[in-house]
Ligand binder design. Sequence first.
Ligand code: ATP
Length: 614
Amino acid sequence: MRYKFLPFMGLLKSTHFWQENYLILRELQYFPTSVILAIVFALLAAAFEGFGIGFLLAFLQSLVEPSGTPFQTGVYWFDVWVLGIDTSELSRLYRISALILTATWIRAVFNYLTQVYIEVVQSKLMACLKKQIFEQLRSVSLKYFNSTNSGELINSITGEIKSLKQAFSLVAFNITKSLTLAVYALILFRISWVLTVIAILLFTLLAVGLSTLSKRVREASFAVSKANGAFTAIAVELINGIRTVQAFATQDFERKRFYQASDRVEKATIASVMGLALVRPLAEGAATTVLVLMIIVAITIFVANGTLEVASLLTFLFVLFRLVPAIHEINCNSARLNSFRGAIENINQVLRTDDKPYLLNGTKQFSGLQKAIEFVSVDFGYDRDHLVLNNVTLTIKQGQTTALVGASGAGKSTLVDLIPRFYDPTQGNVFIDGVDLCKFDINSVRRKMAVVSQDTFIFNTSVRNNIAYGLDTDEAAIWEAAKLANALEFIQQMPEGFDTQLGDRGVRLSGGQRQRIAIARALLRNPDILILDEATSALDSVSEHLIQESLEKLAVGRTVIAIAHRLSTIIRADKVVVIEQGRIVEQGGYQELLEQRGKLWKYHQMQHELARAS
Ligand SMILES: Nc1ncnc2c1ncn2[C@@H]1O[C@H](COP(=O)(O)OP(=O)(O)OP(=O)(O)O)[C@@H](O)[C@H]1O
């Protein structure tokens, strides 16, 4: 059940704490019952702590002045039946002792329940945040990933979330302790408001002194987070690029980078911990000094001149002895909390929506291509200064095969990336059947599309799941797709056939096998628009021939956009588009362009000569 607002939300929103952390704290609205129960139990635990101390005062009064007026609460039935004001002194003492014991046990139960619900809130908050981060990563444009270091992102999602969990438990502890402190302050006020004001002044001074140190801890924590992010980035790169590292024998170079990053984490952590370690003894020493000062003031001024009775002084000191370590703990926790500031800031940074590129999705549902995909005066650049596509105007007709040809880096992949809206044009428009692509719900377009690219990603799961990827489809269809993609033979030779685990933990595939899995994955989707980005480049000539055949069968009735370096694979294309430095320099039928003896003819000649030479 989702509640939009909690009763205390208004109050919370006005605080500095909220302003700094609202991207994280707003998640609390999704499980208000647990939050409210944690607060209610914490309040009840604090209240019973207060009752316990109140009864202690009564106990001490009865002990010091047995013949004095019996302690009363003013609630008639309670005073008569429970406190037994009409009974003997000894009986009253027993009753009050029993009440102290009862209050202590009830407080213990509520403390336990508070802990349980804090843990529940904490776990739910972390789960919500992970989902929130997923939603964020799902909705940002690919541009964000191009400009963000994946290692740092991984560090935010894994390491920093753990730190955030610890930070949250410190906040929760401080809140519950503060409630108890409020009860203590109330009791102290009732006993002696002058002494309480003096105590508050002294403790405020102590907190101000410690806040300077806390600030340093906070700054050091940013350095720790930064160093952790950089270290994770290097570790991820090393693992992903281990083949390149070994092939180029750059282990020493990588070792240096790894060790340096690790040393930076160590130094930053030590600097942060040193500041943090200083807080505890300083806070302890200062708090004890305050305590001793208070005792001296109380004894010399108030007891000596008779304004404070002994029972009250004893209770006052008892509360003070409980209050000082509580304040001390809150201070230490606040300093530790500052050591997590860097981690919290990193999570906030990932969750922020005002500084990231988003794809503004349309609402129109795409039901299939009827006429054509049109690029009209399209410019595109990954950065502002450098155009990768320049004034591209192109019509890709439904049901035809359009081949893109050009030198490496000419912009072919970038051009096709605009169709599933991996990026949006900087200038100009892409239309589908005359409607601007931006007006469509992009997932409805992507569902009718399959991309087989140069770098197919193989997931860490079985062959079957890699082909079905996300589709709930039957075995026969998967089998058929594998057969059509010419992948059946090698899959059946694998130790566990379609159940063989691929990816990180399983069998590694050859480049050609990887592409055949990708083609099977695309075939299974029965796409309306098929994008083949060098789809047959990693195959030997026999496999290439077989796949070419199956792709041609698949292409019937579909719109195919094929990028190919080898012209032999696109001879039967309906239209060939030659791209040079982001511009279309030629387009037309394959034979037609060859006859013009222009750019395509040059490529054709070059490949012919290369083939003859080899
Ligand atoms: N994610 C990116 N961020 C920045 N620049 C990029 C990115 N992807 C490609 N480029 C640049 O855009 C230009 C066109 O690249 P693109 O991959 O579209 O060319 P291509 O014709 O498909 O090349 P190839 O045939 O080698 O795959 C190149 O200069 C490349 O460096």
